[in-house]
Design a protein around this ligand. Structure first.
Ligand SMILES: Cc1cc2nc3c(=O)[nH]c(=O)nc-3n(C[C@H](O)[C@H](O)[C@H](O)COP(=O)(O)O)c2cc1C
Length: 184
């Protein structure tokens, strides 16, 4: 499998890091692109540099490289996950903008009718945010708000993060044993 992972400037960089690590463990090819604010929040929230996160991805693309492979529909992928997804990137995608590689890659995934999974983070949500999510959901985009669950009794932040990553892998149809399922 080949999955594009986008990380933007919404809070929750840890989720993106954990997803990349999980995909690497599963030997899945990843193409990573990080927005400028994604890089800032990554450093702010985790102390991790771009160099460090690059090591978890199979291929890293600069966000201003609009000529990268993932910019073209002819480059086949099995979908894209954007985590965390800021309201700005959500809005750009919902309006068909392709102002950087991350939003162009998402636009390509949509036009090619491939799987797009976004994990937006903001609170409270304005009508604009909600309408943008509804628009994408109507197109088949999987909208997974970064709202952690507690019914599985998480003990650590890692447990909380892994539960979200597990549900994300489910959406991509990837088998995993990252978190217990209800009833297990
Ligand atoms: C520490 C920090 C946390 C932020 N958290 C969020 C957030 O949770 N959701 C959001 O939509 N924007 C958040 N922002 C603002 C975005 O980073 C900003 O709107 C940016 O333009 C997003 O651009 P991007 O989508 O290209 O990364 C945050 C900014 C900072 C500095």
């Amino acid at each position: 499998m080949r999955i594009i992972v986008g990380m933007t400037g919404g809070s929750g960089a840890l989720y993106g890091v954990a997803l990349l690590k999980a995909l690497k463990e599963l030997n899945i090819e990843t193409h990573l692109v990080v927005s400028t604010m994604g890089e800032y929040v990554l450093d702010h929230e985790t102390g991790m540099s771009l160099e460090e996160i690059k090591s978890y991805a199979t291929v890293f693309h600069r966000n201003n490289d609009l000529a990268a492979k993932i910019s073209s529909g002819s480059f086949k992928t099995d979908g894209m996950v954007i985590v965390p997804c800021s309201m700005k990137t959500l809005s750009t995608i919902a309006h068909g903008g392709s102002d950087n590689l991350l939003t162009r890659a998402a636009d390509v995934v949509l036009k090619e009718d491939r799987k797009l999974v976004i994990l937006p983070r903001e609170t409270p949500l304005s009508v604009i945010h909600l309408e943008n999510m509804l628009k994408l959901a109507k197109m088949g985009v999987r909208v997974m708000p970064l709202s952690p669950s507690f019914y599985h009794h998480p003990q650590t932040i890692g447990d909380i993060v892994n539960a979200i990553v597990a549900r994300t892998l489910d959406q991509l149809g990837i088998e995993h044993h990252l978190a217990k399922r209800w009833g297990e």
